[in-house]
Design a protein around this ligand. Structure first.
Ligand code: HEC
Ligand code: HEC
Length: 429
């Protein structure tokens, strides 16, 4: 599929929605703006803003689709292979030099020595996670943007508040325990650091350590929770961040149908899903980056979504390292539960089908304009991306496989938040 078609499909609608939200228009006007932008983008899409070189000159013809009988035979063959031990799986299609790990079940979470697991810390952390009073506005809790029943993300394109740029899509926090570097640009090196940054970052809670410590110290029931988690310690911001991080490490998956399949239930995957699994590892080349138990290599790649030189520019990893090679690179996200965390990518502009169409087209290659000819910062798309020749059936199978990574719905009741009204009760204890 040519890239401008992807833009018509993916960007047109996304742009409209983002713009409408950015301008915070009333609902009816938002819709008008959304529709108008979609039309303009569709038009722009037909005169490609950006185009993939390979897709433009040697458009890959999709391979022929299989008949129902052929799919049957293929599925039976794959079931025989994939039901067995992972060591018997056919080798994935990986580019030379890529250090790669097989996809598979999640390991146990390792809690760091500096912040061991304790039920009291988890309780305190969970309470803080749901408490909007931590934020500067008093209106945003961690859970506002990482909602348990929205796959621990927020269902929005990019999180509010939007200023200052760049605003990004909120990733799930499920399985965050397994990421070495946190955030799309990897700027936090531990969950403890991540929590401190989330609290103080104007994109997330925009609060101050004093405010958070003051809140907990000022409410007797909070103090009691704290005392159980950190006996005889003064209330500190660091300790509160540890409690939230400790809670985050308990939010892990591992109960998806893919996990059941890995545990030996050969019937857990349908034929389409099984064919999708094989595609994912082989012809679609996804395991070049999405590998290991969380389906992420933890590394940073440029998919061409940086909007370099445009108003929505986001340089990603470059902002952390300053290395020109890192412009436009973002950390490979987990694909576990990806069907729950739409809209996708750091831009929040795509549905799953849009992302898959774009991979099939080789993703986006930004074109240098004349004045950018010698620009050392101009982002370079990952060499692991190239046009594939997948047909509609293949794309549907891939999507079906990704659906098997969905976790059962997580219902977590928000905890009962401590208030000053509890004072009487707790002082009477
Ligand atoms: C206003 C919405 C918002 C709030 C509130 C918020 N987050 Fe986030 N969160 C985001 C966004 C957006 C990102 C991605 C930011 C980036 O990568 O630059 C993110 C990233 C994260 C990540 C990184 C996940 C990964 O895969 O690297 C974790 C973990 C996280 N937040 C936890 C928290 C916690 C804990 C709190 C409360 C202290 C919190 N968030 C509050 C929007 C929010
Ligand atoms: C070159 C490494 C690389 C390859 C190969 C790759 N991905 Fe990705 N993938 C990424 C990165 C990096 C992102 C985030 C990009 C961004 O936000 O700018 C991403 C994002 C995604 C997302 C959005 C997830 C979310 O939560 O927002 C999906 C879905 C996805 N990839 C699926 C696939 C599939 C399916 C394949 C194979 C067809 C594939 N990827 C191949 C690196 C890769």
């Amino acid at each position: 599929m040519a890239i401008h078609q992807c833009f018509r499909k993916g960007f047109g609608e996304g742009f409209g929605a983002v713009l409408a939200r950015a301008l915070a228009l009333p609902r009816r006007r938002r819709f008008v703006l959304w529709a108008a932008t979609a039309v303009v983008c569709a038009w722009l899409g037909s005169t490609p803003l950006v185009a993939d070189d390979e897709a433009a000159d040697g458009k890959k013809t999709p391979r022929p689709e299989r008949t129902a009988a052929e799919r049957d035979v293929e599925a039976r063959r794959l079931r025989e292979i994939y039901r067995g031990d992972r060591s018997r799986w056919p080798p994935p299609m990986i580019d030379p030099g890529v250090e790669w790990r097989e996809i598979g079940p999640l390991p146990n979470v390792v809690h760091p020595e500096s912040n061991p697991l304790s039920p009291a810390k988890v309780t305190l952390g969970r309470t803080l996670f749901f408490d909007a009073r931590l934020s500067s506005s008093g209106k945003l809790a961690c859970a506002s943007c990482h909602e348990p029943n929205l796959g621990w993300a927020d269902g929005r394109a990019v999180s509010q508040p939007l200023r200052p740029a760049p605003a990004r899509n909120a990733p799930t926090i499920r399985n965050a325990a397994f990421h070495e570097l946190l955030f799309w640009d990897g700027r936090a090196e531990s969950l403890e650091q991540q929590v401190e940054q989330a609290l103080t970052n104007p994109h997330e809670m925009g609060t101050s350590p004093d405010h958070v410590v003051g809140l907990v110290s000022g409410i007797p029931r909070y103090r009691a929770l704290y005392e159980e988690a950190f006996p005889n310690e003064p209330v500190t911001f660091d300790a509160l961040a540890k409690a939230v991080a400790c809670f985050e490490r308990t939010i892990v998956g591992g109960r998806s149908r893919f996990d059941e399949f890995m545990a030996g239930d050969a019937a857990a995957l349908t034929d389409a899903e099984l064919i999708g699994l094989d595609l994912f590892r082989r012809e679609a080349r996804c395991t070049n980056c999405h590998h290991g138990p969380v389906f992420s290599d933890g590394r940073f790649h440029d998919l061409g979504l940086s909007f370099y030189g445009r108003r929505r520019e986001d340089r990603g990893r470059h902002a952390v390292t300053g290395d020109p090679k890192d412009v436009g690179r973002f950390r490979t996200p987990t694909l576990r539960d990806v069907t729950r965390t739409t809209p996708l990518t750091h831009t929040g502009m795509f549905e799953l089908s849009g992302v898959l169409n774009m991979y099939n087209a080789g993703m986006v290659t930004l074109k240098r304009q004349d004045f950018q000819r010698d620009d050392p910062l101009f982002p370079v798309k990952s060499p692991h991306l190239r046009p594939l020749s997948l047909n509609q059936q293949d794309l549907a199978d891939l999507a079906a496989f990704l659906g098997t990574l969905e976790e059962p719905r997580h219902r977590m009741m928000p905890p009962d938040l401590p208030t000053l009204d509890d004072q009487a009760a707790s002082s009477g204890r």
